[in-house]
Ligand binder design. Structure first.
Ligand SMILES: *[C@@H]1O[C@H](CO)[C@@H](O)[C@H](O)[C@H]1NC(C)=O
Ligand SMILES: *[C@@H]1O[C@H](CO)[C@@H](O)[C@H](O)[C@H]1NC(C)=O
Ligand SMILES: *[C@@H]1O[C@H](CO)[C@@H](O)[C@H](O)[C@H]1NC(C)=O
Ligand SMILES: *[C@@H]1O[C@H](CO)[C@@H](O)[C@H](O)[C@H]1NC(C)=O
Length: 367
């Protein structure tokens, strides 16, 4: 099912899950036959040199970071700052007291492949200085090669900041750098908060349930089917639940971008999870910032449908996706999942790659 609008292209279509794509000192990569299983390079910063282990919860193999970086010093976070939800990777970190710019060189990777990069950061009061607070956050920039990816701001010892990016590799390595923004020393670490991810999601996207009193959840335990050409492969567990309005016939989701400059892209997933009696219809219109994108959408039963934007949405500080039941519909609209990305066009190639190469980076931000 394809729908085309003036500046955005929509394949077919569905929401109680929100994919939060973030960035790293880990490089889970979408490439096969890489150093660790399944094409991922997963790094636990701050653990002992040459140490490898398999995370018991996720089954993901981790390796120590010393083969990817020469600078910095290892620490454990303070015992008082350990939260019960922290994964093992959050307990150690590498701090960079020297130099304004410290880089991880992720390799080997395959040139011209697209990589998903994820970095997680926890301060954890590792130095006993209590130097991260809401008033005075710990700040530093994350660069991909020579290009600014994102500013990381950590507002407390137990705060986990995650950043994620897609990057096209222009060489057989990728540099991910922490750059002092003039404030505190950047800490670095790997940790993951997700509720649904690898191996359920072959790309290890993080899927976080979006819970709100405004939504009611409907679900199925039946497996979801995928079209042969499904480009997104959202996990079955994500598509088996859908959000529907708790009140009224309209379902709305809003996100904000305080910069007002980001180029947003999104993917919406629509799968019918209920057996509909023949005298009922579920049909709804999908709007973005009040503009009709899809008219009278009727999700297919247990089949993954999605709609995505090819071109960025018109820049704004506020974005609203609205699903309104059509007048003829007897049932409420549903949305199974939503992914939101921002992109940056990066023109300055990393120092060691071919001059003039353009690196396309998509950063997700959902605040
Ligand atoms: C971190 O804690 C572990 C276990 O207590 C200890 O073996 C290790 O030496 C500590 N690492 C650092 C850098 O202090
Ligand atoms: C549902 O909507 C009605 C009318 O707008 C409102 O009075 C009521 O508080 C809402 N209920 C909930 C649970 O939001
Ligand atoms: C559909 O049919 C069932 C059983 O005949 C009935 O109970 C229900 O109210 C009907 N629903 C609609 C929307 O007409
Ligand atoms: C969707 O429905 C809501 C509630 O009925 C209404 O306020 C809103 O204007 C509708 N949105 C659009 C774009 O028609």
């Amino acid at each position: 099912m394809m729908k085309k609008k003036s500046c955005s292209c929509f394949a077919a279509m569905m929401m109680t899950w929100l994919a939060v794509l973030f960035l790293i000192c880990t490089a889970p990569v979408g490439v096969h036959g890489q150093p660790t299983t399944k094409g991922f390079i997963s790094i636990d910063c701050g653990i002992a040199s040459n140490h490898n282990y398999v995370d018991q919860t996720t089954g993901i193999p981790y390796t120590s970071d010393d083969q990817f970086i020469d600078t910095g010093k290892n620490y454990n976070i303070s015992a008082n700052s350990i939260s019960s939800f922290f994964p093992t990777q959050a307990l150690t970190l590498r701090s960079f007291p020297d130099g304004a710019r410290n880089c991880y060189t992720l390799k080997p990777i395959v040139q011209n492949q697209k990589y998903l990069l994820r970095a997680s950061f926890v301060y954890g009061n590792y130095d006993g200085e209590n130097s991260a607070s809401a008033d005075k956050p710990l700040q530093f920039d994350l660069h991909l090669g020579a290009n600014l990816g994102q500013t990381i701001s950590i507002s407390g010892p137990e705060v986990v900041e995650v950043a994620e990016a897609f990057a096209d590799a222009t060489a057989d390595f990728l540099d991910v750098c922490l750059v002092n923004a003039g404030g505190n020393t950047p800490p670095s670490r790997n940790s993951l908060l997700s509720q649904c991810r690898y191996p359920d999601d072959p790309y290890d996207r993080l899927w976080v349930p979006l819970l709100s009193p405004r939504f009611r959840t409907i679900s199925t335990s039946s497996p979801i089917r995928y079209a042969n050409d499904d480009q997104f492969e959202a996990p079955s567990a994500v598509l088996q639940t859908a959000a529907t309005p708790a009140n009224g016939t309209s379902l709305g989701i809003k996100w904000f971008d305080k910069t007002g400059e980001a180029n947003f892209y999104f993917v919406m997933y629509f799968t019918e999870v209920e057996v509909l009696p023949s005298n009922t219809t579920r049909a709804f219109d999908v709007y973005l910032n009040g503009v009709l994108l899809i008219s009278a959408l009727q999700p297919f039963y247990l089949l993954s449908n999605y709609a995505y934007t090819v071109d960025p949405i018109s820049v704004s500080t506020e974005y609203t996706v609205t699903l309104n039941a059509t007048t003829k519909s007897t049932l409420l609209p549903i949305l199974n999942a939503l992914e939101v990305y921002t992109s940056m066009q990066v023109t300055q190639a990393a120092t060691d790659v071919n001059d003039g190469t353009i690196l396309n980076v998509n950063l997700l931000e959902f605040r």
